[in-house]
Design a protein around this ligand. Structure first.
Ligand code: AP5
Ligand code: MG
Length: 215
């Protein structure tokens, strides 16, 4: 099962990808997570990426494409993967097609998780993530039992640097201008699956599984 997850910032791509990982044991490849790991490690790539991420802009394609290609070549991707937050523009989608051709791989579906614009801001400003295990919470919709502490592993929760209202607005603008055209890109290929991204996390997961024909 080789999937691309499309959807606006805050649509729940990461939340739903993690559920698929748990159920089907295929890796989640989140370019955002890979970039944040590079930022945390203080690498040259991380330093360059941070200047774009803090402004809510896309990191240059040359940075992201190399990272994805390296990841797709790893053994655990042979049986499938979920590309979360990649591709992000038409140039990346075209580069991905070439990459997959050279790796002799084919995408099964591009899943779009559709959430009304007004819901996204609250999802993003309320998001809290565990430093240790990456589990996501939301102070408005699925709050941790104890403030600032992960229910799953007891780790410390943090708020992402780019989850400030002003940066979120920029990310949403960038999404509309550069990423939204990918719906048509994958529709033309006949592999777009649009899923209602409102409702509970479990309901949306059931919608995704149904759209993919999974039990
Ligand atoms: P990235 O990390 O990909 O961020 P994003 O696309 O903005 O998406 P998010 O991770 O914010 O949202 P999500 O859809 O994963 O939602 P989540 O599940 O967390 O990218 C960050 C930056 O990195 C970019 O701005 C760019 O600079 C750079 N970058 C990344 N990829 C790149 C690329 N390919 N090219 C260039 N640059 C790139 O959910 C959000 C919140 O909502 C959580 O709190 C969650 O608990 C809650 N929630 C989830 N589902 C529900 C529900 N059903 N009801 C209520 N709350 C819910
Ligand atoms: Mg995410």
């Amino acid at each position: 099962m080789k999937l691309v997850f499309l959807g606006a910032p805050g649509a729940g791509k990461g939340t739903q990808a993690k559920k698929l990982v748990e159920k089907y044991s295929i890796p989640q490849i989140s370019t955002g997570d890979l970039l944040r790991a590079a930022v945390a490690a203080g690498t040259a790539l991380g330093k360059e990426a941070k200047s774009y991420m803090d402004k809510g802009e896309l990191v240059p394609d040359r940075v992201v494409l190399g990272m994805v290609e390296e990841r797709l070549k790893q053994d655990d991707c042979k049986k499938g993967y979920i590309l979360d937050g990649f591709p992000r523009n038409t140039a990346q989608a075209e580069a991905l097609d070439k990459m997959l051709e050279s790796l002799n791989m084919q995408l099964d579906a591009a899943v779009s998780v559709d959430v009304p614009f007004d819901d996204l801001m609250k999802r993003l400003t309320g998001r809290r993530t565990c430093k240790a295990c990456g589990q996501m919470f939301n102070i408005y919709f699925n709050a941790p039992k104890k403030e600032g502490v992960c229910d799953k592993c007891g780790g410390e929760l943090f708020q992402r640097d780019d989850d400030k209202e002003e940066t979120i607005r920029k990310r949403l603008d960038v999404y509309n201008a550069q990423t939204a055209p990918l719906f048509d890109y994958y529709k033309k290929k006949g592999i777009l699956k649009s899923v209602d991204g409102t409702g509970s996390i479990d309901e949306i997961f059931a919608n995704i599984c149904a759209a993919l024909g999974l039990k």
